[in-house]
Design a protein around this ligand. Sequence first.
Ligand SMILES: [Fe+2]
Ligand SMILES: [Fe+2]
Length: 387
Amino acid sequence: MIVDTLLQRLPPAVRRKVDEFTEAADVASHIRDPRVLRALGPSAARGLLLKRGKQGVPNLMPSGHAAHFDWTYPHDNAEMATLYKRAKQGQWDGDDLPWHLDVDPENPEVRLLPESFFDIEIAEKYAGKLSPKERTRFIHSMSAWMLSQFLHGEQGALMASAQVTESVQSFDGKLYGATQVMDEARHVEVFLRYLESKLGRLYQINDNLFTIIDAVMTDSRWDMKFLGMQIMVEGLALGAFGTMYNVTEEPLLKDLLRNVIRDEARHVHYGVVALRQHIVGELSESERQEREDWAFEVSMLMRNRFMMYEVYEEWFEHCMTRAQWRECVLAAPGLEMFRSRMFARLVPNLRDIGLLSERIMPAYQAIGLMRYFDGASARELEVESLL
Ligand SMILES: [Fe+2]
Ligand SMILES: [Fe+2]
């Protein structure tokens, strides 16, 4: 409380720096496994403190993984071969979406997101009353922020799926992986086109999303890339896309999201198939524990840290602290729906690949995530139930 009062007296730019540093220190101080700290720490410093994602282009991420060749071309994984076939049949063309539809993000009749997505009254406690026009514009900012993060996540997925295709040790997995690279390119294409031609805005990448992508790209171990991208980020994407798909009234966006969700369901399925055998059958217990701890820390990042500061800086930085803004974001019904969908997908997948043993259950219990433990994993789910 006292800290909050002191912070409020500082100029906004200084206040932001202090709060950012405190948040980064808070992330690091929770990590119990030193190996996880070594793996995530440098990415967190680059993302949260140096803000590398916001420093312009190019943004280079060195990666030391090995490209795995096999000149005998084994048919080594029937489930991946089936996924490859399904992926070939499921290809679609972004040009076929109904781009001719007019989109007016400020039209109250056809909302990108409903007003109930965010409890604006909590923000008004600090910011004063917003006019109906301002409310609509604020919701527009939020939708554009979310779609921008989808786009940035898709760029991460494009690069990571290319790396994973090189480094995965199953030959059937490589063929499948190539279809995912194409899928992710198409996702970048359609989200970018939507933002550019329909919303006319693009927000910078969120620092936490940058941190996770940086960690995945710069870790040289293939299974960490898989875990980070195919399980964690894809789980995050499915939660976010599913939430937006369910609440948006805009028909072009709805079509776009439906197609993307169909692809993403295959991507997570692939991650689960590839990792299950590796984690349960090939890793030592100590290596398994390291991955289990890593997955927990990334879950924490995804649960607590997508605070939409970029929207805050645009709208409210002059009249409330970042702590007050966090209170608003954590209470937002739409974001609660998103967190719940995300973890309903993610937790059963972690269980299925052997990264949710009794050893880590109390930690998940403490943050309220064990209620998703018995859900269906990606291998058991039909696409229609994701929609
Ligand atoms: Fe994608
Ligand atoms: Fe994906």
